[in-house]
Design a protein around this ligand. Structure first.
Ligand code: COA
Length: 202
């Protein structure tokens, strides 16, 4: 993409949908913000989206962002359902936040973290392919599978962490680099490994 189209994109904040803010979001070069017609984006103030990052709200979704939070470059935030990011929370380069999730205030998300509330269906209908099972689920429920992820206040999520659907990480907890979090993490604990296990109290 050349510089001119990057600038056009950055100035083209919200082509559709509902956006409310105290101060408008700041989009770096080639960042994209797309709010579907029936979606709602509520930003308090000083929310910035880094270079080449994409923030997208699917129809009937909502994203609420507190004050002074930012998303670094090359992130994908694809909200489908309800999502919230608290105050002074930072999301570093290359993170994926997908589906429904809440991230508290003062939380630090290191680079390349993957958070998703969704999954594929691989073992519900024995004779069907994964794609066929996903389609069957969507036809039956009118939407894809989603089990929201919750990360509390004052958490530190290390580099490359994967957080599975439905996982709740309590306030003040720390997750070691490259961990895969499959179970709830109580408040003020340090967990690490794949699957993540308790290491110590904080
Ligand atoms: C989890 C973490 C905070 C713990 O740090 P710490 O309090 O100094 O703990 P220690 O280094 O003493 O480790 C305690 C134990 O946990 C293990 N451990 C630490 N981090 C681990 C990880 N990511 N995966 C698996 N085991 C880990 C250590 O091997 C050690 O095991 P042992 O008691 O059997 O020797 C740190 O290891 C970590 O992963 N930090 C994240 C770094 C990062 O992602 N930075 C990105 C920039 S924001």
């Amino acid at each position: 993409m050349n510089n001119m189209s990057c600038e056009l994109l950055a100035s083209n904040l919200v082509p559709h949908g509902n956006l409310e803010f105290r101060t408008p979001p700041h989009l770096a070069n080639c960042a994209e913000l797309y709010v579907s017609d029936s979606a709602r984006l509520i930003i308090t103030s000083n929310f910035s989206i880094g270079q080449r990052s994409k923030v997208k709200l699917a129809p009937h979704s909502a994203l609420i962002v507190g004050a002074n939070s930012w998303i670094e470059s090359d992130c994908i935030v694809d909200v489908n359902g309800f999502a919230q990011i608290g105050d002074v929370t930072t999301i570093q380069k290359g993170c994926f936040l997908l589906g429904s999730f809440t991230i508290g205030s003062g939380t630090l998300i290191a680079p390349n973290v993957f958070i998703s509330s969704g999954k594929h269906h691989y073992n519900e209908w024995f004779n069907l392919s994964i794609r066929e099972q996903d389609k069957l689920f969507e036809e039956a429920y009118g939407r894809g599978y989603s089990n929201p992820v919750e990360v509390g206040d004052d958490c530190w999520i290390g580099y490359g962490v994967v957080i599975m659907p439905g996982v709740i990480i309590g306030n003040g907890s720390v997750i070691g680099a490259n961990s895969v979090v499959t179970k709830p993490v109580p408040p003020r604990m340090v967990y690490a490994g794949s699957p993540a296990r308790p290491i110590k109290h904080r």
